[in-house]
Design a protein around this ligand. Sequence first.
Ligand SMILES: Nc1ncnc2c1ncn2[C@@H]1O[C@H](COP(=O)(O)OP(=O)(O)OP(=O)(O)O)[C@@H](O)[C@H]1O
Ligand SMILES: [Mg+2]
Length: 479
Amino acid sequence: MTVERFNSKKLAVSFRELFCFLRYAPAYRIQSLTFDSDKAVRRLRDRHPRIPQKYTQMKILVVGQGGREHALVYKLSKCEGVEKVYCAPGNAGTAVDGENVNIAADDLGRLMSFAKRNAIDLTVVGPEVPLVLGIVDEFKLHGLKIFGPSKAAAQLEGSKAFSKDLMKRAGIPTAAYKTFTRLEEAHSYIDVMDEGPLVVKADGLAAGKGVEVCSNRDGAKSAASRMLLQDIHGVAGRKIVIEECLIGQEASILAIVDGDTIIPLETSQDHKRALDGDQGPNTGGMGAYSPAPVVTEAIMDEIIRRILVPTVHTMRVSGYPFSGVLYAGLMLTENGPKVIEYNVRFGDPEAQAVLMRLKSDLAQVLSLAASGRLAELEGLEWDERPAVCVVMASEGYPGSYGKGRVIEGIYDADNLPDTKVFHAGTSSKDMHVLNDGGRVLGVTAMGDTIPEAKAAAYRAVSKISWDGGWYRSDISDKA
Ligand SMILES: Nc1ncnc2c1ncn2[C@@H]1O[C@H](COP(=O)(O)OP(=O)(O)OP(=O)(O)O)[C@@H](O)[C@H]1O
Ligand SMILES: [Mg+2]
């Protein structure tokens, strides 16, 4: 695909045509400039996904060890053509639904040897670190099929400056910003910004701790100094992005992408703060629900048209086509949805709530995406019922916490109808499950309405306990 072939005028026209016909069709293909209207009508008439290929006895490797990876292992292990699912390094839950392999998620060399030795048909990468390190390029170089973005495309998450520049070029709505490596210039920019809250971000990956929302200019200057001078985030913070603070409700939109076909997933919303009412410190996520009613069909259309399609298109014409999970973190402002950030993998704990509702064959979807054949799939089938995921955490999290305490009641909770306890930070010893991380379990349940799903999730939570285990009691209340 070359820039010439995709000159923007031609594309704008073909997008408009595409959207007239495919407004209600769930897959969006941006590569094809010729449009088959018969096919579009067929799609509108028959919304059921077509099965494009049969596969059997697939062996899958999931990389990672959190709740998101347990949800992936669980769903993949239930797929018809899947013989075995390995998880590296995994946790006590993935050891039950799959088989754990004692290799760290960032040990690319050993992961590759394992995949070759065990004739793995598809590798699915959970966390961002191996993606940013280039696991996809390495695997592909050795002829191994893998679902995720290349190292170049993973910069969308790995560098905030890269993603902001891409949004600017593509005209994607986002907060006004500038990028700095020198403190004096950063301070001068802050001085000319409107008085009020400002956001200072480390450019690189900082394990969810690289963003400071500051209430005024002095706070922003001090955050910039800590990143650029005191090096609090190391290399990740030697370049910073300073941006306008957006006001509104946050929502996450995830889509499976294969370079040019986009299949949006059902919407979801995370709860970042530790305490009820969105108080307390930021965490990796204390719960999630799906769908997020705040994202209406009209807003979703706008997100697809103004954000997802131009992002995927601009990545392609810039020479790094995006394949994998495109996660757009959005602020729904009074001026429409704006991008806060991109991630290049499933969210955790959003994945637990969203995947719980997926009825389509996940192995097939990810396999087609990894082969660049997502267009063969007409869309995804979903359970209409909402899902709520409540995260149970260790005492002290998100600060330091103790490990090795015995968790009781998981089995009873898991046996409740439409309920699944996804493990995140757990290990096992002598037939016991122990807490082994900050976020320990993602207790997920479905119900006919969001309040019913919430009640079901908390019913399951009430059966589980360990010394110091805690959780938020208001997950999904803002739905
Ligand atoms: N411009 C902004 N305006 C308002 N709030 C913002 C802005 N940018 C970031 N935030 C807040 O800070 C949070 C973290 O920001 P961001 O998503 O960019 O960082 P991150 O470290 O990559 O997060 P994650 O760990 O979810 O990937 C956002 O979820 C949002 O609440
Ligand atoms: Mg991020």
